[in-house]
Write a protein that binds this ligand. Structure first.
Ligand code: TXA
Ligand code: MG
Length: 301
């Protein structure tokens, strides 16, 4: 069953039932070695699925759950190997969405849920996008409209020494550092434990994606269109670009850009766009997470 969250749509399975998890991995076409996040209705998730959740995990759960933060903590015996890809840690999150929370509470246990897309593809931010991704592979899609955040949760590893961001998201490193009263690190891309959100080529549309500066946009667009290319443009500021198939501009440098990003990439594919020219947002906090997703969509680091 697929369901909406405040970040992206998830594809859920009973977290403690290996047969349900096997079906989940099959539907996504995802390698079994990649861990999935266990979602709960409240912070009691920490007690059931981790061992001795430390002060940091409790403080962050207090500050940010329900919300777009996944905590990677040492796993308890209630977490099957299928969830963690054999690792001794588990990712836990309480989503901030009434449908997700009602579903999880009604089910009465942890719900393992990756984003409801085929492996390596752009996460869905609408029920239609889930259907387009998974078709008959998913029986039920709960429609909650567009997520308020639009990109996946921040993943924070609390299992080692220094708390470390594995995947940036709407909860920023400065917010985390403030709540923890100490600095948080950030892994270099593709270092450390296996995690699909950190493969360089991930979150990819069919179109190629290029990052361009606001100043270089018009020239690059003209180059591509005069060679017959179909071009889409994403920009924080309003722009005027001749002969682009799709222009999504005035997105701003923060939440608005995040909310529109994946729908824009999908729409580009729908319009058979060859190249998406994306002017990245500037700034820290959620802009960093948006730039991270744009870089992955380019296929480079
Ligand atoms: O916002 C989200 O997190 C969405 C919604 C549905 O909750 N879910 C999502 O799941 O993005 P998925 O499977 O597409 O990405 C989960 C990411 C993985 O890419 C991996 O980086 C990380 O969570 N992760 C999960 N468990 C982990 C673990 N034990 N160790 C390290 N990373 C882990
Ligand atoms: Mg995903």
């Amino acid at each position: 069953m697929a369901f909406p969250t405040e970040t992206v749509y998830g594809l859920g399975a009973a977290a403690e039932r290996p047969t349900a998890l096997a079906r989940l991995f099959h539907a996504k076409g995802r390698p079994r070695s990649h861990p999935v996040i266990v979602h709960g209705a409240d912070a009691s998730l920490l007690e059931r699925y981790s061992v001795g959740p430390g002060r940091d995990a409790r403080a962050l759960a207090d500050a940010f759950w329900p919300g777009p933060l996944t905590l990677v903590v040492p796993r308890s015996r209630h977490v099957p190997d299928e969830v963690t890809g054999g690792q001794d840690t588990v990712g836990l999150r309480v989503p901030d969405h009434p449908i997700a929370l009602a579903l999880i509470a009604g089910f009465g246990g942890g719900v393992a849920a990756p984003s409801a897309n085929r492996f390596g593809r752009v996460s869905p931010t609408s029920a239609e996008a889930v259907r387009a991704e998974l078709g008959e592979r998913v029986e039920v899609v709960l429609d909650g409209g567009a997520p308020t955040i639009g990109i996946e949760s921040t993943v924070l590893d609390l299992s080692g020494g220094e708390p470390t961001i594995l995947r940036p998201g709407a909860v920023s490193s400065s917010q985390l550092a403030r709540a923890l009263e100490r600095p948080v690190g950030r892994v270099a891309r593709d270092a450390g434990p296996r995690a699909p959100g950190r493969l360089a080529v991930h979150y990819s549309p069919d179109a190629s994606v290029e990052l361009v500066s606001a100043d270089g946009l018009a020239t690059r667009a003209a180059e591509l269109t005069s060679a017959g290319g179909r071009v889409a443009v994403l920009s924080p500021e309003p722009v005027s670009v001749d002969r682009a198939v799709l222009v999504i501009d005035g997105l701003g440098h923060g939440t608005g850009y995040a909310r529109e990003l994946y729908a824009a990439l999908r729409q580009s594919d729908h319009l058979a766009v060859d190249v998406v020219l994306a002017v990245p947002p500037t700034g820290t906090d959620i802009a960093e997470a948006i730039v991270d997703r744009l870089r992955r969509a380019t296929g480079g680091a």
